[in-house]
Ligand binder design. Structure first.
Ligand code: SF4
Length: 74
C-alpha cells in the first residue's frame, strides 16, 4: 500500500509573457476568467484530474507560453 498522493496542481500565468488576448479563457472556461482588460485571472485552487486535462489544453494553446501547470508535493 503506497502513500496517498498529496500532489497539488494549480494553473498559473506569467503576467509578463501574457498578451491578454484571452485564448485561455475559451480553452479552460471555468478555470480562467478575463479581467476588464482581457487578461486572465486563473482559479486559485488545486485542480482535479478532469480540470488538469482542460488546463493542459489551455497551456498547450497559449501562443505566448504564458500559462503553466504548477505541481507541488506535500
Ligand atoms: S492564452 Fe496565454 S497569452 Fe493569451 S491571455 Fe491566456 S495566458 Fe495570456
Amino acid at each position: 500500500m503506497g502513500a496517498p498522493d498529496r500532489t497539488s496542481t494549480r494553473l498559473r500565468v506569467d503576467p509578463v509573457a501574457c498578451d491578454g488576448v484571452g485564448m485561455c479563457a475559451h480553452l479552460a472556461a471555468g478555470l480562467v476568467r478575463l479581467d476588464s482588460w482581457g487578461y486572465p485571472i486563473v482559479a486559485e485552487r488545486d485542480l482535479d484530474a478532469r480540470e488538469q486535462r482542460r488546463a493542459g489544453q489551455a497551456v498547450a494553446g497559449c501562443p505566448r507560453r504564458a500559462l503553466f501547470l504548477d505541481r507541488r508535493d506535500g
